[in-house]
Ligand binder design. Structure first.
Ligand SMILES: Cc1cc2nc3c(=O)[nH]c(=O)nc-3n(C[C@H](O)[C@H](O)[C@H](O)COP(=O)(O)OP(=O)(O)OC[C@H]3O[C@@H](n4cnc5c(N)ncnc54)[C@H](O)[C@@H]3O)c2cc1C
Length: 555
């Protein structure tokens, strides 16, 4: 992904480097289409790094009878979990506690969950089970007592890494991907488009010809369609907010489904690395898509709902460590409320304009969405559909770095034996192998040459400077926030938005990224500013603003 190359002529130009565009670029490149993907900002900088991090069938859509959608989600979940990305997607157990007066509903849910979990049950033996008060008390000591509950299995991922792994897979198959790159001029010519692209961060410009343009710009897709002179799809923006709390050991490793105190909607409490994620709210949104933040009302709803179930943990609002919000692009349907709106996706093919727009859907179903969008692309390009073996490969082949779960274990074992003594923390090698596969050796070489680069940066997290340096060299990092929010999730997982280790990080990456002193200060200021803005909604509960250091603190 490092070179500045850009082919002069391509079959498809994909606009948008979230999970949808990444999936489309992977599918197209693996079918042999000449593919370029550009994102006008950073890869995954839209909704795709602000999700609940679940790879799931979508249990709550069953309430609204979206059976097909759930079935599709389950198939894609199993595919990612057990085959395509088992290094990045892990099983997650959920428990739903029930109140005393909801016995029939509980029994119905127990029966429904047997069907929901059938495929995982048959494959791995993990199955949904009813739980009575004593089991609940024993297994979830922090949860307030409930007479019964039920568990089920879904899966969890690191959303932004899933996007990067998909983009890297596309590039390994011949695609070219550039972030911070905008379409500045375009015209319809003959069988396609001529397009001028400009990378805003270094003013690099390219002219290309594209057979088809694929608009995969998520919530931005109506504006993109308009820019391309096409009819904009009717899309609703639904905002979802999450809170981040410290993950106490008493909480355990399972996620818990609770009800919102405000409107009884289902909310998740999800353990994720060092944090509990509580989310998500749902409300229609009309603001700036680059500045989506939780508001105080949402913070109250999430925190009060959490406290109602987990008062024993004794958290106060002052314990809120972070909050984030994203916007779902939802294909609008008459008469539905924001809670019941379907997460189905829609593909619009405009043969005259040689333009395809793909929107809606979920992180979980990106592969399926991409398959359908690229089928449409091939039809517009008058190419025959792919051979059966190609289609089979597309449905199964591992995402970059191409490791199955047993491969990960084997490589971790081999590297720990041969290089383990040069790495100070035992968590580093397994973490690196899961994310970068055989490229881990490159990172370990840097640690052998300079052992300090292998020290972990933040307590309880396996990230070290050698990894950050590798990411700057290989994954088109232009801004410090790209590195801290998307190539890694340090901003969300380290205390105070990773501000504490900031100068050390910048000192290490500045020579790699060619940053002057002024640029270093500018990048750090941007992280401080982001943290200040993100904490607005709950800062009045705690003197957080006073805690945000000024830039002078980094001097
Ligand atoms: C709160 C919340 C929680 C969610 N949780 C889950 C979950 O747990 N599991 C799940 O399966 N799904 C989840 N989803 C749904 C899922 O996150 C989205 O469906 C998915 O991320 C949308 O991806 P996308 O690529 O279509 O859009 P985005 O991720 O928003 O990507 C669009 C990209 O287009 C770029 N762009 C914009 N304009 C242009 C342009 N003119 N040219 C080039 N690029 C452009 C943007 O910079 C951006 O990177 C959640 C959604 C929300 C809001």
């Amino acid at each position: 992904m490092t070179a500045d190359v850009m082919p002069g002529e391509v079959d498809c130009l994909v606009l948008g480097g979230g999970i949808t565009g990444a999936g489309v670029a992977r599918d197209a490149a693996m079918r042999g289409l000449r593919t370029v993907l550009v994102d006008s900002h950073d890869f995954a900088s839209g909704t795709s790094h602000l999700t609940s991090k679940l790879i799931h069938g979508g249990l709550r859509y069953l309430e609204h009878c979206h059976f097909r959608l759930v079935a599709e989600g389950i198939i894609e979940r199993d595919r990612l979990l057990n085959r395509m990305a088992s290094n990045l997607v892990s099983p997650l157990r959920f428990v739903i506690p029930f109140e005393g007066n909801r016995f029939p509903k509980w029994l119905l849910t127990v029966c429904g969950l047997q069907l929901y979990g059938l495929s995982e049950w048959l494959r791995s033996g993990r199955r949904s089970r009813p739980l009575l008060a004593a089991n609940l008390r024993k297994q979830y000591p922090a949860l307030r007592p409930h007479p019964f509950g039920v568990d089920f299995w879904d899966a969890q991922t690191n959303d932004a890494r899933l996007v990067m792994a998909t983009i890297r897979t596309a590039c390994a198959a011949g695609a070219v991907a550039h972030n911070y790159t905008n379409v500045t001029e375009l015209a319809r010519v003959g069988n396609g488009w001529t397009v001028r692209l400009r990378r805003e961060v270094d003013h690099h410009e390219w002219n290309i010809r594209a057979g088809v343009i694929i608009n995969a710009t998520g919530p931005w897709s109506p504006m993109t369609a308009e820019r391309l002179g096409a009819e904009a799809q009717d899309l609703l923006w639904v905002k979802g907010s999450h809170l981040l709390l410290r993950r106490p050991p008493e909480f355990g490793d399972d996620a818990v489904v609770i009800q919102s105190v405000r409107d009884r909607r289902a909310l998740w409490i999800i353990p994720w690395e060092t944090r509990l994620i509580i989310g998500s709210t749902e409300s229609l949104y009309r603001g700036d898509l680059r500045d989506v933040r939780p508001d105080a009302e949402e913070v109250d709803d999430l925190f009060d709902s959490f406290s109602r179930y987990f008062a024993r943990l004794d958290f106060t609002r002052g314990d809120i460590l972070g909050a984030y919000a994203g916007v779902r692009p939802i294909v609008s349907q008459n008469g539905e409320t924001e809670n019941s709106l379907s997460r189905r996706h829609a593909i619009l093919a405009d043969a005259d304009r040689r333009l395809i727009t793909i929107t809606g859907g979920k992180l979980t179903t990106f592969r399926k969405m991409a398959e359908q969008a690229v089928d449409c692309t091939e039809r517009l390009l008058a190419r025959p559909p792919p051979a059966r073996q190609v289609r089979k490969r597309l449905r199964k082949e591992l995402l970059w770095p191409g490791l199955s779960r047993p491969d990960v274990d084997e490589l971790v074992g081999a590297l720990e034996k041969s290089r383990g003594r040069s790495v100070p923390s035992p968590t580093v090698i397994p973490h690196l192998v899961r994310h970068y596969g055989s490229q881990t050796s490159t990172i370990l070489d840097a640690i052998v040459a300079e052992p300090l680069l292998g020290e972990t940066l933040y307590a309880g997290l396996p990230y070290c400077l050698a990894e950050l340096g590798y990411l700057c060299e290989t994954e088109k990092v232009w801004r410090l926030l790209d590195l801290l929010k998307r190539r890694t999730p340090l901003y969300f997982l380290a205390d105070r938005g990773s501000l504490d280790g900031l100068s050390q990080v910048v000192e290490h990456v500045a020579p790699i990224l060619n940053w002057s002193e002024a640029r270093q200060a500018e990048e750090m200021a941007a992280v401080v500013e982001e943290f200040r803005a993100d904490t607005q909604a709950f800062a009045d509960h705690r003197d957080l603003q006073a805690e945000v250091p000024t830039l002078a603190a980094f001097a």
